[in-house]
Structures are given as structure tokens and as C-alpha cells.
Design a protein around this ligand. Structure first.
Ligand code: SF4
Length: 207
């Protein structure tokens, strides 16, 4: 496998082809925040909190470090005023959904985010997809999926599957960056109060 050399925050790192910027930065012990990333899952790039500045082929752009593969002679900056501002706004948006989430409170401190900037929409879910993807990719149960799009998008357990698969599992709970309460709530609701219409007819949307 060919080696790739790049600079991250002024430090040279040797990486393998196909490696992401996030993994290359971790090789240098450079911290890039993530919310939707998990080492056992396919990179997803949903939360965008891992945004970095990337200079490659004479062009500068912003990109998600968790999905962007490294390139030869790439120059990456993980903290600039622009990056910090983007992360601050993202955290403020997430805090509108989950104002008490510990991981978001820490990020708010780091980036100076105001937890009251956006109107509260306490869904307690930032739609990172960790629970959905872990259930699909690792547990291979498909007991939880995304429903709807836009403002009404949410996660939902599928009662018929969850009643069997989730009682002993609950592996997704501890992955949730906004606390496991949202997943727990939906699971309880799905098992305890299944909707009147047969859920077999409801199919989770593609990720
Ligand atoms: S319940 Fe938690 S893990 Fe699942 S999508 Fe929402 S924030 Fe992510």
C-alpha cells in the first residue's frame, strides 16, 4: 500500500492510501471533535463538527475530516477562526435539541457556543445516526431507523423487531451523544405502545 505524506497543523504525518484525515490526525494525537463517528461504522459525515480546512492541488476548501481521504502533500488545518465559528454554530443548533447533553456542553465551552441562541426543539436527538447505523452494521438487526425528512425527521424503533432484538441488547444506548434517554424512550414506546397500523408496512429510509 502506497504511503501518503501530508501536513496537519504544521506537522508531517505518513498515512496509508484510503485513510481519512481524522485517522491521520489521530496518529499525530491531534484532536478533532466528532459526534457521528464510530470506529466500527462506515464513515457518515452527518454532524459536520469535524470540519477542517483542506488545501490540495492549489485549492482550499472545508471538508469533514471523518470522510475525506488523505491526499499526497495535502495541508490540513484543524483550528482556524472560520472552523471555530462553524463548530460554534453547529453546537448551538445541536443544543437546541439536547440542551443538557454533556458532550455538547463541553463543546459549547470549547467553542464559546450559546446554548440559548436557537429556539428549543427538545427532541433530544441530533440525528447523528449512531444508533441506527450500529444496529444495522454491527448488530445486523435493523431494529431502528430514520423516518421522515427535514424538520420532522426522527429515529424510531420497529416494534416487531425491537420486542425481540432490543430487550437484551441496548448496545445503541451508550453510543448516543445526547444521552441514551432518547433511544430508551423510543424503545419503550415502540415495545410498550406499538402503533395501531402494522409496522411491517413502515420501512426505515435509507441512511
Ligand atoms: S438517538 Fe442519539 S445516537 Fe440515535 S440518532 Fe439521535 S442523537 Fe444519534
Amino acid at each position: 500500500m502506497s504511503k501518503i505524506h501530508l501536513l496537519i497543523d504544521g506537522k508531517e504525518v505518513e498515512a496509508e492510501e484510503g485513510m481519512t484525515i481524522l485517522d491521520a490526525a489521530r496518529r499525530l494525537d491531534i484532536h478533532i471533535p466528532t459526534l457521528c463517528h464510530h470506529p466500527e461504522l462506515t464513515p457518515y459525515g452527518a454532524c459536520r463538527i469535524c470540519v477542517v480546512e483542506i488545501e490540495a492541488g492549489g485549492r482550499k476548501a472545508l471538508g469533514a475530516a471523518c470522510v475525506r481521504p488523505v491526499d499526497q502533500d495535502m495541508i490540513v488545518k484543524t483550528r482556524t477562526a472560520q472552523i471555530d465559528e462553524i463548530r460554534k454554530i453547529l453546537v448551538e443548533q445541536f443544543l437546541a435539541h439536547a440542551p443538557d447533553a454533556e458532550v455538547l456542553t463541553e463543546l459549547a465551552r470549547e467553542y464559546g457556543a450559546d446554548k440559548d441562541r436557537f429556539e428549543k426543539q427538545s427532541s433530544f436527538c441530533i440525528l447523528c445516526g449512531l444508533c441506527v447505523r450500529y444496529c444495522t452494521e454491527v448488530r445486523k438487526k435493523n431494529a431502528i431507523g430514520f423516518y421522515d425528512r427535514g424538520a420532522t425527521r426522527e429515529i424510531r424503533f420497529i416494534p416487531e423487531i425491537a420486542a425481540e432484538a432490543c430487550r437484551e441488547c441496548k448496545a445503541c444506548f451508550h453510543l448516543c451523544p445526547t444521552s441514551y434517554l432518547q433511544a430508551a424512550y423510543h424503545l419503550t414506546e415502540a415495545i410498550g405502545f406499538p402503533p395501531p397500523s402494522p409496522c411491517k408496512e413502515q420501512k426505515p429510509q435509507e441512511l
